[in-house]
Structure formats: C-alpha cells, structure tokens
Design a protein around this ligand. Sequence first.
Ligand code: GDP
Ligand code: MG
Length: 161
Amino acid sequence: WHRSKSTHPDVKERTLVAVKPDGVQRRLVGQIIQRFEQRGFKLVGLKMLQVSEDLLSQHYCQLTSKPFYPSLVDYMTSGPVVVMVWEGHNVVQSSRTMVGPTNPAAAPTGTVRGDFSIHVSRNVVHASDSLEGAQREIQLWFQGKDLLNWDCCDQSLTVEE
Ligand code: GDP
Ligand code: MG
C-alpha cells in the first residue's frame, strides 16, 4: 500500500521544550508558545505539571553530580512547569537557537533567554540539545498516546512536502 500526499511521513523530527517555573510564574507561557507557532512548528503535546525530584534527576541525568545540582532541583521544583513537544523541519536545532545559550548573559536579544532572563539559575526555558536527547526526553515526559498526529492546514506553506 502507499500513502497519499496528505498523510504523514513516517519520520518527523520532534523536540521537548519546557517553560520552567520562573517562566510560568512570570506569565511567559503564552509568549513562548507564540514564538514556536509563528516560526511554523507544530504543537503535538502539551501539559502542565509539578515536577518530581525523581523525574528531574532522570531528565538532568548528566548533571546530578554538578555542584549546582541541588539548587537546580530547588529551582525546577519551585512551581509548575509547562512541557511541550514541537514538531517540524530541523526543530531540535532551531529550538536551541530560538532559546539561546544556557547563560542568559551570553544570549542574544531575540532569543527567549536573551529577551526574558539575566542569570543561568533562572533561564526560563528548556529545549532538548540533540536528536537523541530529544527522543530520550520526550519518552521521559510523555506517553505515546498523549502525542498527537494531526494535519496542520498550512503545512504545505511552511515546507515542501
Ligand atoms: P541547557 O541545555 O542550555 O538548559 O543547559 P544545561 O543542560 O547545561 O543545564 C541545564 C540547566 O541547568 C540550565 O538550563 C540551568 O537552568 C542549569 N544550570 C546550568 N549551569 C548552571 C550553573 O552554573 N549554575 C546554576 N545555578 N544553574 C546552572
Ligand atoms: Mg541541556
């Protein structure tokens, strides 16, 4: 059998983006979502939750031995986070560019961190740093059934199909 032009290709690039507790408290959720929507990416999963220390230690498994890890736990568990999965061409790398460098002091204006934050300990947003990282993080935060395959009506206007 074959797929018609309007159905989905089998492999779609996805990444995990999260608005951290400071971003939620500062009511930046809408502005951050808007940036990914206006760029042309497709939202395929979204939820708000209070992160557990266990989930956080899996998410940041490469950082648990860092001296700043205890303060990272305090920060990330200080309130709810909004976690999203975005899909589209080159979304992993583009999201990192949109979010900006880890240290907001080095983040250009126009990036989320460069526009909304000043210090590494309160940098507003997370985005997966690689394809492999994105796959691992998406599986950690979402069940497959909570990620939706849907046709965006302007898809053919954002990428050649
Ligand atoms: P990211 O991928 O750009 O978010 O950066 P990393 O994966 O290296 O670090 C994860 C998160 O840990 C960062 O976004 C910061 O919230 C926090 N972090 C990283 N380095 C430091 C640091 O030196 N001090 C503090 N307080 N937090 C840090
Ligand atoms: Mg990282």
